[in-house]
Write a protein that binds this ligand. Structure first.
Ligand code: GLP
Length: 244
């Protein structure tokens, strides 16, 4: 779907999430959301907070799993995705703290593999992701599944691409300070979500969005895997749709 601007698009995405939460609430069920960080989802979260405050949307039945976290990363560091999620969403809604999950950037290296397995098992034990929100990197990554990631890749420690580290350089005060690795939910778990919505705004994403949607399905553009997903949608603004 193409919207005039990111505000209108974000409102539509937030409404879809809100409907899902309310639908599950009415059925007395929990809802399992896959959440994303980066600049793109900020307005979606802002709108969810507004719906909570002004329209009584409750998140008490929500269980969430974030896509990724830098490694190593302390949860209270400025660039931490834990901190991002608290500031952009969790601190402003009634989600139960025990119900949200993010990859742990503080683990000793030897514990990361087991953590990743458990992260996926937790999602599966809850019946899988009902909804996965995604951004897209300029190199086509989803989560931190960089180019070269297999369609059935597992949740794992990923070495970050040069483009990714360059784009993150601003947040870290220089590319040299950007962590070299991150823990990311694997492509397999993303593809297993029953609904996937990828959001992208702005002209700087137009080329990669075109490749992901119209190009061949290739591991060089992990977002192109969504072409084979049964229920995936790209939500973009007009600037980002300019190449389509
Ligand atoms: C980071 C995140 C991705 C996100 C990407 C795009 O690399 N790990 O999940 O999609 O940034 O970020 P932005 O939305 O700021 O363009």
């Amino acid at each position: 779907s193409v919207f005039r601007n990111a505000d209108e698009a974000s409102r539509a995405v937030a409404l879809e999430i809100a409907h899902l939460i309310r639908y599950k609430q009415a059925a007395g069920q929990h809802v399992v959301l896959g959440l994303a960080t980066g600049s793109s989802p900020k307005k979606v979260y802002g709108e969810l907070i507004r719906l909570h405050r002004e329209e009584g949307l409750s998140f008490r039945n929500v269980i969430s799993f974030n896509l990724d976290e830098y490694y190593p990363m302390k949860p209270d560091a400025i660039q931490s995705y834990h901190r991002f999620m608290r500031e952009q969403l969790f601190d402003h809604i009634d989600i139960q703290p025990e119900n949200y999950h993010l990859p742990d950037g503080t683990l000793p290296l030897e514990d990361v593999r087991a953590f990743c397995e458990q992260y996926e098992q937790k999602i599966e034990a809850l019946g899988g992701l009902d909804f996965q929100l995604l951004g897209i990197g300029r190199n086509g990554h989803i989560g931190f599944n960089e180019p070269g990631s297999h369609i059935s890749s597992r949740t794992r420690l990923m070495t970050l691409d040069a483009v990714t580290r360059q784009d993150a350089g601003g947040d870290f005060g220089g590319i040299a300070k950007v962590p070299r690795r991150a823990i990311t939910l694997g492509v397999r778990a993303i593809m297993n979500a029953r609904r996937v919505v990828l959001i992208a705004w702005g002209e700087h994403k137009a080329d990669i969005v075109k490749s992901a949607i119209e190009g061949p399905m290739t591991e060089l553009v992990p977002a192109s895997y969504l072409q084979t997903h049964q229920n995936a949608k790209f939500v973009v603004d007009e600037a980002c749709a300019s190449e389509l």
